[in-house]
Write a protein that binds this ligand. Structure first.
Ligand SMILES: Nc1ncnc2c1ncn2[C@@H]1O[C@H](COP(=O)(O)OP(=O)(O)O)[C@@H](O)[C@H]1O
Ligand SMILES: [Mg+2]
Length: 154
């Protein structure tokens, strides 16, 4: 029954820029990411905002599965930037531990943004001022220990 609510919702018409889904376990959040993967293409920048443990990294794990990445996906909390050669080049960034915009500029964040990558940025609010305007945001809200409200561009 895991992920059942995901199947019932039938996301085949899901647009990259608009959805609001309640997931009832981590697998459902991963499946949402898996489905989202079919909606994205190089050049997309997707910011992920929400408290610690709200499912941002879980979602990105699903995205990478959806893009046929077969290896381990880890949180970029300490590495700051993880790169994956999946069907597309995926750049997974986490700003939680580095809030200094100058440090991000020194690391070369802008180079990542201007390449033909697909970028996911956790805690992107910290570096909002250096991000382009045409980006998709997904917010993650913890409703209970196992429920997450995941909302794209509303
Ligand atoms: N519906 C859910 N969706 C995503 N994660 C969930 C859900 N319910 C419980 N969890 C748990 O919450 C945690 C989410 O962790 P993670 O994805 O790393 O969060 P974040 O990257 O937002 O800090 C995991 O331990 C996961 O098992
Ligand atoms: Mg995370």
């Amino acid at each position: 029954m895991i992920g059942m609510e995901f199947i019932i919702l039938n996301l085949s018409n899901m647009k990259i820029n608009s959805f609001k889904i309640l997931t009832k376990n981590d697998i459902a959040t991963e499946q949402l990411g898996y489905k989202f993967a079919s909606k994205i293409s190089p050049g997309n920048i997707i910011t992920l905002n929400g408290d610690l443990g709200s499912g941002k990294t879980t979602f990105v794990k699903g995205v990478l599965k959806g893009l046929n990445y077969k290896h381990e996906v880890t949180s970029p909390t300490y590495t700051l930037i993880n790169e994956y050669n999946a069907d597309f080049k995926i750049i997974h960034i986490d700003c939680y531990r580095e809030k200094d915009i100058n440090r991000w500029l020194n690391i070369g964040l802008i180079d990542y943004l201007t390449r033909d990558n697909i970028i996911f940025i956790e805690w992107a609010d910290y570096i909002k001022s250096i991000l382009p305007e045409n980006i998709n945001n997904i917010s993650f809200e913890i409703l209970s220990q196992t429920q997450r409200l995941i909302n794209c561009n509303e």
